[in-house]
Ligand binder design. Structure first.
Ligand code: VTB
Length: 348
């Protein structure tokens, strides 16, 4: 039901966010690239006949004016909703958004940024705290075989067996951060190859699920909210995803993370109801809803999708829509015409 009613509309939500952000590609202004994507996503979302609540968004209400955690979105959240929304549209749904995943990539005109969102019924997406998360993503053939509790070397051997590839034929994406020095050394000495990325681990995680991207795993520490969005996509695709919240500042190694001690972080997690901070979450636990929908639209080009391409009077976008209800991965190629007669040119 979710899919039928929302499938097409959420494509437009991510498209509008991607187009808005793409106007700022290569302009060196990451905050603006993000802000316009947030505004466009929110505006389009509020035109949908649904009763949505943001569970992963731009931050807490006091720090984010739009798409903050807990914000209600969709026409059916209006007080007079019952007058023009039918009962099925009044079912509450939870939404995780990242209108500009990879703001630095957009600002610098680099590959791998996209507008993304995941939707499920109420309670169907883990409301991840603003923490880091250790992540392991891998193709469906290795799902349930690789395990984040095992060493990278062991996981690479398992991956090599599951995929029928030698270790040297494996490519692992890792975020280029000082905290990953040892991880990168280990992957290389196990015989696999590393692709370091500056940002955008959602795109990398999803790419693992598609043959032909030449990306076979994502390892290392990124942000937890992005982990839930990746998990939603990998659950739809049957790929492997596991996450572990990282609460020890010594593991994260960023100046920002030093503000909180390990004990403070454990307390903060407990206050949010997370009493086992070492818990390993699977994709099915991070995106546990009966129905999960995921959509993404490339802002800059990536392994999976083209970026937004402008032409006089319009632009062209590529999006991906997947769900737990259908066994399709739909790539949607859209030509958007702005203030011009509908004369379409097909360039293949
Ligand atoms: C991570 C990653 C994201 O930003 O959040 C990263 O998950 C920030 O990491 O995909 P650092 O704090 O180590 O810089 C992204 O790359 C982009 O949002």
């Amino acid at each position: 039901m979710l899919e039928n009613t929302l499938g097409l509309e959420i494509i437009e939500v991510v498209e509008q966010a991607a187009i808005a952000s793409a106007h700022w590609m290569g302009k060196g202004e990451k905050n603006t690239a993000d802000h316009v994507a947030v505004e466009a996503m929110r505006e389009r979302m509020n035109k949908i006949h649904m009763r949505g609540r943001i569970v992963i968004g731009e931050g807490e209400r006091d720090e984010a004016p739009m798409l903050y955690i807990g914000e209600e979105v969709g026409i059916c959240t209006r007080e007079d909703a019952a007058l023009f929304c039918n009962p099925t549209e009044l079912v509450e749904i939870d939404i995780a958004v990242d209108p500009c995943e990879g703001t630095n990539l957009v600002a610098n005109g680099q590959d791998g940024s996209m507008a993304v969102l995941a939707i499920s019924e109420k309670g169907g997406l883990f409301a991840a705290p603003d923490f880091y998360m250790e992540k392991l993503a891998a193709p469906a053939a290795a799902a349930g075989h690789v395990d984040i509790r095992k060493s990278p070397t062991e996981n690479l051997k398992i991956l090599s067996e599951c995929l029928g590839r030698s270790l040297s034929e494996l490519v692992v994406v890792v975020m280029d951060r000082p905290r990953h020095k040892e991880l990168v050394r280990e992957i290389r000495s196990a015989g696999a190859r590393v692709r370091l990325i500056s940002d955008g681990d959602v795109s990398a995680a999803i790419s693992c699920a598609f043959e032909g991207t030449n990306i076979h795993a994502l390892m290392g520490i990124g942000a937890a909210p992005e982990g839930v969005i990746s998990a939603a996509a990998l659950r739809c695709l049957g790929g492997h995803f596991q996450g572990r919240l990282v609460y020890d500042p010594a593991e994260v190694k960023t100046p920002e993370s030093e503000k909180w001690s390990r004990a403070d972080n454990v307390d903060r997690l407990a206050s949010m109801g997370i009493t086992d901070p070492d818990r390993i979450y699977s994709a099915n636990e991070l995106a546990c809803g009966q129905t999960v929908l995921f959509a993404a639209c490339g802002i800059t080009p990536g392994a999976l999708m083209e970026g937004v391409r402008f032409f006089p009077g319009g632009c062209r976008t590529e999006s991906l829509v997947i769900s737990t209800q259908s066994s399709t991965a739909r790539f949607v190629d859209t030509i958007h015409l702005i203030n011009q007669p509908k004369q379409l040119y097909l360039h293949r």
